[in-house]
Each structure stands twice: as structure tokens, then as C-alpha cells.
Design a protein around this ligand. Structure first.
Ligand code: PHE
Length: 339
């Protein structure tokens, strides 16, 4: 038996020396140490030995087993080290190559001014209301006192989905949604996209952005409107910014005004930029027409309100001295990187 054990020992060692891959290694393990392996076979015959022989043989068998186990483990270690080395060599990275450049974007000027306006109004206790861009004629026109055939519809020609569904021309439509769903006091702004069927040029685009504002409460007057807009413009353009209200007409406000800011180029003197006016037109505003309040179920003898609508493009263009609206929509990096 001793010879057998020694034979197994040296055969196993030889096999392990020659072995160069994990698969063969496993085969060797099974072949010598497995349940049906050579060593196990020998151990099964231990019973046949005499009581004197048994301890010495047992010891030798154990020795052989642990020796083979150790050799297996060593080989395993060597093989996996080699495998890792090969893998690393195969996958070497040339760290001298320039990496892929990730472009870090910047905020779009329209987004910047919108965020600023939101912040200003949130600070004044307003909340932000949202409304659909695809809108019923009713909300965009009719509920705002612009019945079919009203001449003012001409100035806001839009894109129609069906006869009575269209792309909204103004965020004023959100006023109506809010007043239908919420009782005064109401203080909201509503920023969003609006559409008009205008040809593209330096100051027109069929898609642009407005921010609507609406306040309805007891005792709201034109002074509240003026104070709010003055504060807004001073926050946007600096403390010295002055505004001017000019009489105007909107079907959904009475009285209505166009709001100008003082020309920051000539400070009111009149120059080429403001076309000699001294002021630059910026937005429309007015006291909510009682008819609109009543149409939304709000008692106009108890409540009054003001509304305004400003164009974000115009605000951003003034703010950053951008001379052509198209730049805002062309997605040219050279332009956008500046903000
Ligand atoms: N909706 C108007 C426009 O787009 C602006 C406006 C809003 C005027 C609210 C008055 C009150 O021209």
C-alpha cells in the first residue's frame, strides 16, 4: 500500500507540474482526491490492513492527501495570477491618448430669465400654474372676451388642430383654468410656450414664451399692478429701472396698459435703440375685466384683479443685448456658451 500511495503522490505531482489550465487542474483534483478518485480508492482498503500497519498507513495517506491539496492550491494560485496578468496585458490602456471630451452645457438664456422671474414671484407669495399648449378655442379666446369674429383675433392668428382646438397664442388661457378651479385669493404666474402664425424674423417667431401673472383678491387696484411690475423690473434690470404705463386695449382687461421700461442706453433721452422714445415696450397688463371674473364664477362686485403677460424672449434679449431672436432658437454652441 505504501508503494501505491507513493505512486499516487508522484503521479499527482507530475500531472500538476504539467498542468497549465484551470480545466485540467479540476480534472486532476477529481482524478486523485475526488469521491471516486485514486486516493479515496486506497483509503477504502485501509480496513484490510492489520491493526499495527493501519496508523502508519493512515498517517502516510493523510500526508499524501494534504500534500496534493497544497500542490493543487499552489497551482490554482499560479494559474489565476497568470490569467490576470494575461488579461491586464491584453487590455492595456494607452494613458497617453487624449480622453473623450465631455461638453459641459450651460443654461439657456431663456431658461435663466424664466428661473429668475419664478424666484422673484415665489418670493412675493405667488405660485406657479401650468396649462395646456394645445388648447380649446374657448380658453384661448372666447372666455377671454374674444368671441369668434372679434377683430383682435387677427393679431393672434395661430395653428389650428380642429375648428375649436388650437395651439394657444397666449398664456392668458391659464388665467381662465385657474379661476375656474380656484377661489380667490389667487396669486399665480404661468410660464410657457405660445404659438402664433408669424413668419420668422429678428423679432418674430411662430413659437415663443410668455409668463402670465394673475392676482385676484378683495381690493386689488392698478397700484398693486404697477408696484408689482416695478419691483419685477428692478429685480431684473437693476434698482434704477423705471417703468411707464401707457393706455392700451386688451379685450380681457379694463383698463389695459402697455408697460414700458426706461431705455437703459439713453436713460429716457431718446436714442436709436428706443427709436427716440426714451422707453422700450415690454409687456401687456391691466385690471381683469369683470366679465372674465363672472365667466369663471367669481363675484366681480367683491373681487378685483390684475393680470399681465410678458414675453420671455423680449426680456432675455433686453437683458443680454441680443439683437436677433433667431439666435435663441438656433442652438449654436458659440452663442449658447456665452451664458
Ligand atoms: N395676453 C396678452 C398678449 O399676449 C398680454 C396680456 C396678458 C395683457 C394679461 C394683459 C393682461 O398680448
Amino acid at each position: 500500500m505504501k508503494e501505491q500511495l507513493e505512486a499516487i503522490h508522484s503521479a499527482a505531482k507530475q500531472a500538476l507540474d504539467a498542468c497549465s489550465d484551470v480545466k485540467t487542474l479540476e480534472q486532476i483534483r477529481v482524478q486523485y482526491l475526488g469521491k471516486k478518485g485514486a486516493l479515496t480508492g486506497i483509503l477504502k482498503q485501509m480496513g484490510k490492513l492489520s491493526a499495527e500497519e493501519r496508523p502508519a498507513m493512515g498517517q502516510l495517506a493523510n500526508q499524501v492527501r494534504s500534500d496534493i491539496e497544497q500542490a493543487l492550491a499552489d497551482k490554482q494560485q499560479k494559474l489565476s495570477e497568470r490569467l490576470l496578468k494575461e488579461k491586464l496585458e491584453a487590455e492595456t490602456v494607452d494613458i497617453t491618448l487624449p480622453g473623450k471630451e465631455t461638453k459641459i452645457g450651460s443654461m439657456h438664456p431663456l431658461h435663466i430669465v424664466e428661473q429668475e422671474i419664478r424666484e422673484i414671484f415665489l418670493g412675493l407669495g405667488f405660485s406657479v400654474a401650468d396649462g395646456p399648449e394645445v388648447e380649446y378655442d374657448y380658453y384661448n379666446f372666447e372666455a377671454l372676451n374674444l368671441p369668434p369674429d372679434h377683430p383682435a383675433r387677427d393679431t393672434q392668428d395661430t395653428f389650428y388642430i380642429t375648428n375649436n382646438i388650437l395651439l394657444r397664442t397666449q398664456t392668458s388661457s391659464v388665467q381662465v383654468h385657474v379661476m375656474e378651479n380656484q377661489k380667490p385669493p389667487i396669486r399665480i404666474i404661468s410660464p410657457g410656450r405660445v404659438y402664433r402664425s408669424d413668419a420668422v424674423d429678428a423679432t418674430h417667431s411662430p413659437l415663443f414664451h410668455q409668463v402670465e401673472g394673475l392676482v385676484v383678491d378683495k381690493g386689488i387696484t392698478m397700484a398693486d399692478l404697477k408696484g408689482t411690475l416695478e419691483l419685477l423690473m428692478q429685480r431684473l434690470y437693476g434698482e434704477e429701472c423705471k417703468i411707464r404705463l401707457r393706455p392700451h386695449h386688451f379685450p380681457f382687461t379694463e383698463p389695459s396698459a402697455e408697460v414700458d421700461i426706461i431705455c437703459f442706453h439713453c436713460h429716457g433721452e431718446g436714442c436709436r435703440l428706443c427709436k427716440g422714445e426714451g422707453y422700450i415696450e415690454l409687456l401687456g397688463a391691466g385690471m381683469v375685466h369683470p366679465k372674465i371674473l363672472e365667466g369663471c364664477g367669481i363675484d366681480s362686485s367683491v373681487y378685483s384683479g390684475f393680470a399681465f403677460g410678458l414675453g420671455l424672449e423680449r426680456i432675455a434679449m433686453r437683458r443680454y443685448n441680443i439683437g436677433d431672436m433667431r439666435l435663441l432658437f438656433e442652438n449654436d454652441y458659440r452663442f449658447l456658451e456665452q451664458f
